[in-house]
Design a protein around this ligand. Structure first.
Ligand code: PRF
Length: 382
């Protein structure tokens, strides 16, 4: 299901290939976020041209609206949104905690009022797996609790243990309802949904290790590292990846959820992570910010008023010929084309970052690529 094609001799970076029901994913890979069944402002044909191999959808949002009855009748999320490449769905708990009101975590799951009309709802491990089965995503995430940061060791331990108990319930639901799914269907053409559990444990090494070991013993086809980029210092994020990745099976993909800046992605690839998703390329685009090799470019800035150059020399083909001055004008007048152009540009930037990483690992020059990204990229915005 996951073939390792090359390893970087100087780091833990890997070049791999993952089989899913809707096709092959070349890793390391960046997955654009399509929360509501659309990558905001981008047509599926444009995603294909951007070489987006897989996109991310959200259980919570799609369950609240339009609801599973409509998606079931449409024939699943792929049919509903007219996208025939792979989709990974997040399991919902993380979104309940960032969006819903009056939320309460109990042993059985989360009680909350949804963020749209306040309807009381319940999401637990079994429901999260059932919804994702209805969505028909290629990769479904297990239901977890993303431990808030900061927290004490005791709080992190209780939360991680709940994630482990929920993982067992997710596995039981899958075994009873999709008996051919998961780790056992190792064939050349993967036809069943894959299920990935999520390692939690906050910033504590013993908890991360315990969680990873328990989940590995359950034998899933891939593993995620959760609870990153929740406010912890970047050194902690890197340390957590260093503790966790070596405990995960070498021949299975590893996914760091909800990350990151271009240097963070490259540094996590160097620590053995294969898959990433992040809202920042599309979210920053909508507020007028473009990614460049040197850092962020805020197109609202007056200094671009008469800057008639393209966003970048290697911008997306559809963005060529549109000047920074013109895009600044579109953003300032809230014209839809402005956010579309920057979204395409930013997704192209992330797609080419990961395709350059893949090539560098294959060609044995990942160290040079890593050094170049770290040297050129400034995290401050101008
Ligand atoms: N768990 C889940 N989704 C997530 C996260 C997590 O910990 C994160 C944390 N960065 C982003 N998305 N299920």
């Amino acid at each position: 299901m996951f073939d390792l094609l090359a390893n970087d001799p100087a780091s833990s970076a890997r070049r791999g290939r993952l089989q899913t029901p809707h096709g092959v994913i070349e890793t390391p890979v960046f997955m654009p976020v399509g929360t509501q069944g659309t990558v905001k402002a981008v047509h599926p044909n444009e995603l294909r041209e951007l070489n987006s191999q897989i996109i991310l959808g959200n259980t919570y949002h799609l369950w609240v609206r339009p609801g599973m009855e409509i998606i079931r009748e449409a024939g699943g999320l792929h049919q509903f949104m007219n996208w025939d490449r792979p989709i990974l769905t997040d399991s919902g708990g993380f979104q309940v905690f960032s969006l819903a009101k009056l939320r309460k975590i109990k042993e059985e799951g989360c009680y909350f009022n949804n963020h749209v009309d306040g309807t009381p709802m319940f999401l637990g491990p079994e429901t999260a797996m059932e919804i994702q089965a209805t969505l028909g995503s290629d990769i479904a995430m297990l239901f977890d609790e993303c431990t808030p940061y900061p927290c004490t060791h005791d709080e992190a331990k209780k939360s991680m243990e709940l994630t482990l108990r929920w993982a067992k319930r997710c596995r039981d639901w899958v075994d009873q309802n999709q008996p051919d799914a998961g780790a056992h269907g190792r064939s050349a053409t993967q036809t069943k949904q894959l299920h990935f559990p999520i390692v939690q444990g906050s910033v504590f090494q013993d908890l991360r290790q315990h969680c990873a070991r328990e989940l590995v013993a359950m034998d899933f086809p891939g593993y995620a590292v959760g609870g990153l980029s929740v406010g912890e210092p970047e050194e902690d994020m890197m340390r957590i990846a260093e503790w966790t990745c070596p405990l995960l099976p070498e021949h299975k993909p590893r996914y760091a959820m909800g990350l990151g800046t271009p240097p963070q992605i490259v540094e996590l690839i160097a620590r053995g992570v294969d898959m990433f998703d992040c809202v920042i390329p599309t979210r920053l685009a909508r507020n007028g910010t473009a990614f460049t090799h040197e850092g962020l470019m805020n197109l609202r800035n007056n200094k671009f008023a008469k800057d008639f150059r393209d966003l970048a020399e290697d911008t997306h083909p559809l963005c060529r010929g549109f000047s920074r001055a013109y895009i600044r004008h579109l953003i300032n007048t809230q014209e839809v084309l402005g956010l579309r152009l920057i979204s395409l540009h930013n997704l192209h930037f992330y797609a080419s970052l990961t395709s350059r990483a893949r090539l560098a690992i294959e060609q044995g020059c990942f160290s040079e690529f890593r050094a170049e990204v770290n040297a050129r990229y400034q995290t401050r915005s101008d």
